[in-house]
Design a protein around this ligand. Structure first.
Ligand code: SAH
Length: 345
């Protein structure tokens, strides 16, 4: 019989699990608290339970653990990258960044990615499987324990497409938000998607208050489809309609990520098109210089061009910020994460 992954269950599911064992409801709350607040790694560490109860719980259930296998520390900033091994030997990457009194963690949600964006190192070829809920939440708990720090900002921007692992992502967000667990506000979580419009609508209907970031990068359909195959499924019009809906339903301003590539998407025509698409909308564009990777034969926009691009957008009423590069020397920056540890180099 398949055993239950107890650290992937929400409170109601834990309650059912314990009730089936003939235990009271409050035991489920204790179990949830030990997993998500006290971050126990073994059921044996739950000493408020008798040994007998622990053994009973273990008969059909277990705690799925991830194992730290390597750490990389940036020499240029506070960024650290962690490699974790999953129970089946797969490897995932998690990045910790600290700035502006904020400890941010960038977590992965899949082993590899199916989206196939040509500028991103976590490409198609590496897709192996979705992460379970506990494999996502454990990245947060493990980094907190390793660094002895509290993480107060989570970005779902590591390896994978969060909306392609939709059910587990939603469950993860609710568990991390739970007051008897990590108790992180939804406003301190940001989910980044390459643009699965249908799922954006589903997410909007849940009325959560997480931040939505959309990897936009190319304002022309033809070019976006060339570099981001997802655009063939959901074109720009469909995507932006879904984003408008997200804003209407949640009141959360959507941000659009825009990776600047020299000569490719940093021209005047691109500024004009962005203004046409976004003028008058309560949105925000996050400009990111391309992190160059060997698989993508283009260069980052020149610094002066990035500044000019930003100025032109700002002058025409579009809110922008320029994201600092973090952890580029340890391949910890956006789009640099790759699953290439064991035998996959
Ligand atoms: N699949 C999700 C989340 C992972 S990617 C998404 O597409 O949003 C996280 C961010 O890094 C995305 O905005 C992605 O477009 C960006 N990114 C990918 N490759 C990059 C690169 N080489 N340089 C800079 N940013 C990159």
């Amino acid at each position: 019989m398949k055993k239950y992954e107890l650290n992937s269950l929400n409170k109601i599911e834990l309650q059912e699990y314990l009730e089936n064992l003939g235990e009271k409801k409050f035991r489920a709350y204790q179990l949830f608290e030990h997993i998500h607040k006290h971050k126990v790694e073994s059921l044996d560490d739950i000493t408020v339970f008798s040994k007998q109860l622990r053994e009973k719980i273990k008969e059909n259930g277990f705690l799925n653990q991830i194992k730290l296998v390597d750490t990389f520390k940036s020499q240029i900033d506070e960024t650290q990258k962690f490699l974790f091994e999953l129970h089946d030997g797969q490897i995932i990457e998690t990045v910790f960044m600290s700035y502006d009194n904020r400890n941010t963690i960038c977590v992965s949600c899949q082993v590899g990615c199916k989206m196939g964006c040509s500028f991103c190192a976590s490409t198609k070829a590496w897709f192996k499987r979705d992460l379970t809920v506990s494999e996502i939440t454990s990245q947060v708990y493990m980094v907190e324990k390793i660094l002895d720090q509290n993480i107060n900002n989570i970005v779902f921007m590591g390896i994978g497409e969060p909306l392609d692992n939709y059910d587990n992502m939603v469950k993860t967000i609710l568990i991390l938000n739970d007051p008897s667990g990590k108790n992180l506000s939804q406003r301190s979580m940001t989910l980044s998607t390459s643009g699965l419009a249908d799922r954006i609508i589903d997410l909007a209907d849940l009325n959560l208050s997480i931040n939505l970031a959309v990897s936009f990068h190319y304002p022309f359909d033809k070019q976006r489809s060339e570099f981001m195959p997802v655009n063939k499924r959901y074109d720009i019009k469909t995507l932006l309609k879904a984003c408008d809906y997200y804003f209407e339903k949640t009141g959360r301003r959507v941000s659009f990520e825009y990776v600047l590539v020299d000569g490719l998407n940093d021209t005047d025509a691109h500024v004009d098109k962005l203004v046409e698409l976004f003028r008058g909308k309560n949105i925000h564009i996050n400009l990111i210089p391309l992190n160059e990777i060997s698989e993508f034969k283009y260069s980052a926009s020149k610094k002066s061009n990035i500044k000019a691009f930003q100025d032109r957008l700002n002058k025409r009423g579009i809110n922008t910020t320029l994201r600092n590069k973090k952890g580029a020397d340890i391949e910890g920056a956006c789009g640099q994460l790759r699953v290439n540890y064991i035998g996959e180099k």
